[in-house]
Ligand binder design. Sequence first.
Ligand code: TXA
Ligand code: MG
Length: 339
Amino acid sequence: MTRRRQAEVLPTRSRVLFRAAVRKATALLRKGEVVALPTETVYGLAANALDAKAVRRIFQIKGRPAHNPIIVHVANVGMAKGCVAVWPSVAARLARAFWPGPLTLVLPRAKEIPDIVTAGGPTVGVRCPSHPLIQAVIRRCGFPLAAPSANLASRVSPTSAEHVQKYLSKKIPLIIDGGSCRVGIESTVLDLSTPTPRVLRPGMIGEQALLAVTGKLRRGSGKGSILRSPGQLPRHYAPEARLVLRSWTDERDLRKQCTQFKVPLAKIHIVTHTQIPSATGFGRVAILPHDPADFARAIYAALHQSDEEGAEVIVVESLPDRSEWRALKDRLERAMAKA
Ligand code: TXA
Ligand code: MG
């Protein structure tokens, strides 16, 4: 899987460059190649969803376990209907409310979708992303794109082209730079294959917003429930450093808590949003916005940066216990889980 040449990185900052990037990505995808494309959530590693051989390369490049299905990205509802066996009215209502956007709908698969995409299962996850670049690429290709996040398996998802380069530059021919991702964490995954819809992976489209459209949601994916979405596995989205969630009363308390990590202060990075300590001695103090949408947009970049700077411990200030923060808590708790 190692290539001699580094991936070409194409910018999209003018109309001419945008069009050239779309043409290049489309040409490679038509040939069965795998390319990295921006979406509004995180960068995706895309291949023709109808080409089993191309999708197999995604698994190889990422080191992704074969039992983890891949989301299929479509440009509109018409294309989504081609990927599924049924399109219930609740799917139509959800698509009207949230597409294009960060919501993945899990439905019984159409027979056109290869086994490898669904990990052999009876359902497929479909999502219509809003980022104009991937929208344009899907429309020009005319086929749906299978795309997981463009990171190595179980590592932090990329929210910029530079993050993708760090992981995959020697493994793929092309990365399109579409700027920093507007949402910043992965889509909400909603299972519509059972009578009562159920969130398999929380995201920035929260349960309240979903409930307003579906009228009902099945609760609980706690211990003992069947594993329906491998994204629910612990130890996912993890940085190389050890990550901990902590709250502290004041700076003295934080510094005292840090002594227990038994690493030099310079190897400890703090990610904070309300209780901001002075940076003295710490490797870095990153101050993120105390707003869930803004925090989401910034958190993965903060984790990537700490990894690059060689942090051994990343202390993230605990998040509020409110529903708007739920998806962020989910991601950070998975990043903390021991392998
Ligand atoms: O925002 C996103 O969803 C990003 C961008 C690139 O679109 N994609 C993404 O893909 O996060 P990935 O592969 O990193 O995560 C997909 C999640 C996994 O947890 C997978 O198990 C779940 O969606 N999933 C996909 N198809 C499924 C299916 N048929 N049934 C249950 N879960 C499914
Ligand atoms: Mg992923």
